[in-house]
Write a protein that binds this ligand. Structure first.
Ligand SMILES: [Zn+2]
Length: 452
């Protein structure tokens, strides 16, 4: 793509974290691309021309922008909850530079035509680079197997979860899908039969209005374990490229090995809410943290944290899934599942770095490097010369309390409301454009992003 004009930026005095290393230096960006990475003492004077914009980052952190491989931006059809514009705008305020969006919109993304419609909306309105998953229903298997891989980033399979006509339990469909899919299959693994049995039991014990704390009893460990087991068995049988979304239990970890992502046919993801919240939080946060799979006890959270460090978990994502306050204010059975998270994921992870749960290098690897490796995104996910300037700048010495003045979701709320993060996103570059800046007050500068 040809840039309209020749622009250059010099980001001075940053602490760059990339590929397992942290060092002080400067980054020179020309148009969309990182042209030069310099060490702190290198001479940069000959890079500067009259038109170069010089931005002194005074020692702030620079990380490769987050590539969130699991978001729900709700468009088309569910725009009371969010749009590609509103949610991608919140995403850049959280340091996200690319996002992969799920198919349970209205209509669901089950054909090339529906993918084309989403791509057309994103081309005009997305702040972040984008890709879309295609869903599997009981009657679109041929569309899925024949999809142009340029149109879809992967296949999303709801293996036994309640998402209308995208719930797949048909053995013949599953066998053919796992045997023949050319794209990675991303699975939501929860056993529907088990969930229905648990639901019936809870209804007979509590009636129609149980406390929210029954959620991990209905969507229990066994429901996750059985469904993940099934997905892994199928993938092994057919040597399928499988990715298990949002792991939530210690038990499921037994199926996964540690090691570099590039050597795996089966990869895993954990989302920020399963690393942050526990079942103890239902009392205070109620249906705001109702999500599928459910947030479980602290022993599961701790096991998932360990698995991030051991390498059994490859990718950190959000499953960003906004709903309106009114929808969430309903009782347990009627409040929809899903939490808005894409804006605060990186700040929450940096909080866990501060608490010595993760290293900064691990966070960078699993939010940027591994997502780029998994999908083969060219020239993204790393701070390297010749790569796209998708970058986030963070001040680790400034705090920010989450409140209505700085939540950018269309739904206007966050489960982190009133929490004070001890870091602040200062600016975000997507393809070399500073689309979000927060040196004093938050400001957005829309610039068309790219399809991944
Ligand atoms: Zn999801």
């Amino acid at each position: 793509m040809e840039a309209k004009q020749n622009t250059s930026k010099l980001l001075l005095n940053a602490q760059i974290v990339n590929e397992g290393k942290a060092f002080f230096g400067h980054i020179f960006i020309r148009n969309e691309i990182i042209e030069k990475i310099l060490l702190a003492n290198d001479d940069y004077s000959e890079l500067i021309s009259e038109s170069t914009e010089i931005i002194d980052l005074s020692g702030h952190l620079i990380l490769p922008g987050v590539i969130d491989i699991h978001v729900h931006f709700r468009e088309p059809g569910l725009t009371q909850k969010g749009t590609i514009f509103s949610e991608s705008r919140a995403a850049v305020a959280g340091g996200v530079t690319s996002a992969l969006e799920m198919p349970n919109t209205n209509p669901p993304t089950l054909t090339e035509k529906e993918l084309d419609e989403k791509l057309a909306i994103a081309e005009k309105t997305s702040f972040v680079n984008y890709g879309f998953y295609m869903g599997v229903s009981s009657n679109n298997l041929n569309d899925v197997l024949n999809i142009n891989p340029e149109k879809a980033c992967g296949i999303k399979l709801f293996l036994g979860s309640s998402t209308g006509n995208m719930l797949i339990d048909d053995e013949q469909i599953l066998d053919k899908l796992f045997a023949e899919s050319r794209l990675p299959i991303v699975v939501h693994a929860e056993d529907e039969k088990r969930i229905l049995e648990n639901t019936a039991r809870i209804k007979s014990d509590y009636g129609e209005n149980p406390p929210i704390s029954v959620h991990p009893v209905i969507r229990d460990v066994e429901a996750c374990y059985q469904s993940t087991k099934k997905a892994v068995e199928l993938a092994k049988k057919y040597n399928t490229r499988l990715h298990i979304a949002h792991l939530s239990t210690a038990q499921e970890l037994e199926f996964f090995s540690a090691g570099p992502l590039a050597e795996k046919r089966i990869t895993t993801e954990v989302c920020i809410h399963h690393l942050w919240f526990t079942a103890d939080d239902y009392d205070q946060l109620g249906t705001t943290i109702k999500c599928n799979p459910a947030i479980k006890t602290s022993e599961h959270r701790d096991a998932l944290r360990n698995a991030v460090n051991s390498g059994q978990i490859d990718i950190l994502a959000t499953d960003h899934a906004p709903h309106t306050r009114e929808e969430k204010a309903q009782n347990y059975f009627n409040a929809p599942s899903g939490i808005p998270l894409v804006q605060h994921n990186l700040q929450a992870l940096l909080e866990l770095v501060r608490q010595d749960v993760f290293s900064l290098e691990t966070v960078v690897e699993k939010t940027a490097h591994n997502p780029a490796r998994m999908f083969g995104f060219e020239k993204r996910g790393f701070i390297r010369e010749g790569y796209f300037a998708d970058l986030v700048v963070v001040n680790l010495n400034s705090s920010q309390t989450v409140d209505s003045t700085n939540i950018f979701y269309h739904c206007g709320w966050s489960p982190f409301e009133n929490y004070t993060f001890k870091s602040k996103i200062i600016c975000t570059f997507v393809n070399g454009n500073m689309v979000f800046e927060n040196f004093s007050t938050p400001q957005f500068n829309f610039s068309n992003a790219h399809k991944l």
